[in-house]
Design a protein around this ligand. Structure first.
Ligand code: UDP
Length: 315
């Protein structure tokens, strides 16, 4: 039976990835220090003998007995709120944690998959973003901890590939939403849905004309799964939904789908460096993986609203 390690395995994306790997017949060990991950995300796996959870900070030495076929490094706080409140943990998990997990993959002869991000493009001057665009990042801005942490992680991953011959993959993940996001995550979709369901004003930052492109979680996991199975490809691959919307449009859509009486209010931007526009060019993923998103933003939001409604009802 193939054996996988997932760091950040109790997080939003990590826990969905764990579910997929178990469904594909893997034995899975999830590592998470639970600073943003939640046990609730994996509690349904209790008693599954192919699953093990280890509470561990992956910036420290990793002891794993037995063979490992693939390591997915998905641990990292990823909300802009975390960029301000946890910058050192973010830099450590992407620098030291990437080093430790690469070292583990090398010791075990395992394939390695790095969860990278569209933030490596910073506030992009090329639109939509192709993988060969090298980005426009302010290293000393509030977002710098995350952006530069992930850029370092990519550089380290390529160094292990080139220098040690490690079989690596890099997935650049664009904005993703869906079940299991934290209600207090601080990102746009959980904020808007939580606000809409509680009847509070939806807080649009800035003028709301900045854009993002949102991918529903099941589509994202499908793309990552396919990339992880693709032989011999080591360049970064964008995975995201190219359906670009303004933030104000998303606020209006959430309000409408949740049938919420809430107002929409405008608040100052969280960070002056925040990207004005973001949309993945997914030509590479289409060609290599035959992948593209299947779930519309509207359908994904409907599912996520119902999930949040149920969670808010139980408190
Ligand atoms: N945003 C907003 N209201 C919120 C939270 C976020 O208007 O309550 C905006 C934010 O300024 C950004 C976009 O929504 O333009 C996406 O923000 P998010 O925190 O989801 O992540 P980002 O893509 O900036 O990393």
């Amino acid at each position: 039976m193939p054996r996988a390690i997932v760091t950040g395995g109790a997080g939003f994306l990590g826990s969905h990835l764990v579910d997929r790997l178990l469904a594909e017949g893997y034995e899975v060990i999830a590592l998470d220090n639970l600073i943003t991950g939640r046990i609730e995300n994996i509690v349904h796996l209790a008693g599954n003998e192919r699953f093990r959870f280890i509470k561990q900070d992956v910036t420290e030495y990793l002891y794993i007995d037995g063979p490992v076929d693939i390591v997915f490094h998905f641990a990292s706080p990823a909300s802009p709120v975390d960029f301000a409140t946890k910058p050192i943990q973010i830099l450590k998990v992407n620098a030291l944690g990437t080093h430790k997990t690469l070292g583990l993959a090398k010791a075990k002869g395992a394939r390695y998959v790095l969860a990278s991000t569209s933030e490596v493009y910073g506030d992009p001057l090329v639109h939509p973003q192709t993988e060969d665009y090298t980005g426009n990042v302010n290293p000393v801005g509030i977002r710098g901890a995350y952006d530069e942490g992930k850029r370092f992680a990519e550089a380290m991953t390529m160094a292990y590939h080139r220098h040690h011959g490690l079989d690596t993959r890099i997935v650049r993940i664009f904005n993703t939403f869906g079940e299991r996001m934290r209600l207090d995550d601080g990102r746009m979709v959980p904020n808007f849905i939580g606000q809409a369901l509680r009847g509070e004003p939806l807080t649009v930052y800035g003028d709301g004309q900045q854009t993002r492109s949102f991918c529903y979680v099941s589509d994202l996991i499908e793309g990552i799964w396919r990339l992880s199975q693709l032989p011999d490809y080591h360049e970064p691959v964008n995975i995201g939904n190219p359906d670009e919307r303004t933030v104000l449009e998303v606020a209006q859509l959430v309000k409408q789908l949740a049938q919420s009486p809430s107002d929409i209010v405008f608040r100052p931007l969280f960070s002056p460096d925040e990207p004005r526009r973001r949309r993945p060019d997914i030509t590479r993923a289409r060609q290599l993986l035959g992948w593209e998103p299947q779930v519309s933003v509207e359908e994904g939001l409907r599912r996520t609203i119902e999930h949040f409604r149920a969670r808010l009802a139980v408190g």
